[in-house]
Design a protein around this ligand. Structure first.
Ligand SMILES: [Zn+2]
Length: 79
């Protein structure tokens, strides 16, 4: 029963987002330019591309962001 309710909520969320647009919150801070976001309504996960546009968060993007986090932290830990 609960999974059915969740599905209905998710569908409602997607409908709301298609009308009002997504309500993104930052879920992960990668660098000054790269962040990961999640929509509070439909739970769509996105990230920034190089131009600063929001693109859907694929496994490839996750791995790139992980690598960026490591590079960024390593660079800053030297200072
Ligand atoms: Zn949404």
């Amino acid at each position: 029963m609960k999974s059915v309710t969740y599905k209905e909520n998710s569908l409602t969320g997607k409908l709301l987002c298609s009308i009002f647009g997504h309500r993104f919150v930052t879920t992960k801070y990668v660098t000054d330019h790269f962040k990961e976001f999640e929509c509070r309504t439909c739970h769509l996960q996105v990230t920034n591309d190089l131009s600063g546009h929001k693109v859907s968060l694929t496994q490839e993007h996750r791995e790139i962001n992980e690598a960026l986090v490591n590079l960024y932290q390593r660079r800053h830990s030297h200072i």
